[in-house]
Design a protein around this ligand. Sequence first.
Ligand SMILES: Cc1cc2nc3c(=O)[nH]c(=O)nc-3n(C[C@H](O)[C@H](O)[C@H](O)COP(=O)(O)OP(=O)(O)OC[C@H]3O[C@@H](n4cnc5c(N)ncnc54)[C@H](O)[C@@H]3O)c2cc1C
Length: 381
Amino acid sequence: MPQTAHVIGAGVIGLATAFELTERGVPGARVTILDPDPASGATHHAGGMLAPAAEVQYRQEPLFPLMLESAARYPSFVDRLHSATPLPTGHRTDGTLVVAGDRADAGHLEDLTRYQHTHGMAVERITVREARRMEPSLSPAIAGAVHIPGDHQVSPRLLVAALRDALTRRGVRFVADEVTNLVRDGAGAVTEVVGERTRHDATGAQVILANGLGAGRVGGWFDETNPLRLRPVYGDILRLGVPAALDPLVSKVIRGFVEDRPVYLIPRDDGTLTLGATSREDIQPKPRLGGVYDLIRDAVALAPGVEETTLLETTVGARPGTPDDLPYLGAVAENLVVSTGYFRHGILLAALGAEAGARLALGESPDVDLRACAPVRHSHL
Ligand SMILES: Cc1cc2nc3c(=O)[nH]c(=O)nc-3n(C[C@H](O)[C@H](O)[C@H](O)COP(=O)(O)OP(=O)(O)OC[C@H]3O[C@@H](n4cnc5c(N)ncnc54)[C@H](O)[C@@H]3O)c2cc1C
């Protein structure tokens, strides 16, 4: 009998995992995706940088191989998706510039570049003059620059729209319901997926728990307390309109540090710019004025033309954080795979996470070392 799968959550991870299941021969008509409001979570707000080098942070070494491997898989992921839908994904390979606002930021950038080099990442030191030749809108006052040709981008909203279209074309069923509970049999296998309004027989089916922060609220699949230690890390992010006379204001992703605060500008194919993002754990789910002010001031310091743009949107997303910044990805029962906790890197890690999640669900080797991502590793915390 062909495989059947219930995917809980229609953010980038759930959708991409469902896509990889259908790529591996699971008939679309046998895949159900449950989500009360598809693509409304962190994915909707994300910048979409595929930045295994620029996103490097000290003491996150176990993440680096996963980020590099996922970046390497992105072209194939996007190509296969483009064969399944005519919709665009906003995948761009123009590379990334990282610039420093002042001399202290330049020192920080130099240290980071050395660290990236020790981890084998392709990061090129360039002069400010070279950076301004690449991106004439950069301020002459910037104090340092590096070029990262291998850090790319997608438009997360386009990517998930393309995934939803591809899955719909393949016959995948979307159910608008919030999953509350999983029912297990005596051997621990999931037999039923229970939502607020619907119930789904899961006997003999594969269940993938991929609902971001919501995974911490789904009951029934563990013995005592939910082992996932997810927390929201909020990010304020803006969408800007670029006047025709200035378009394009920048042609590749510009990241920067201004007085040690990170900021980025992402040019989109529709002529808009994304300006992001703050990182805060103050449980304030509305845009925080101080954070928005910092973003605008810092972006103007790096590229003064930003002052001429128009403010199209200000939103906040909640990144699904974990105590060690690594995702929760692994099989926790015979027919249950957990795939969440992608924190700051879920768009980048979607290519790897989706393929590994689908392989695990189909009883195959995940083709990547996931020991550091065991979903129950924080149950003692
Ligand atoms: C401001 C910001 C900028 C970011 N920039 C980047 C970036 O540049 N690059 C990058 O790689 N990552 C970035 N990220 C991180 C990235 O957005 C996340 O890691 C990723 O989107 C997580 O995807 P997900 O599918 O796991 O979760 P989500 O996108 O949150 O999706 C979860 C889905 O599950 C559904 N759901 C929740 N509970 C239930 C339930 N009980 N039953 C059914 N469905 C449920 C929700 O409705 C939602 O649709 C950024 C995040 C933010 C907030």
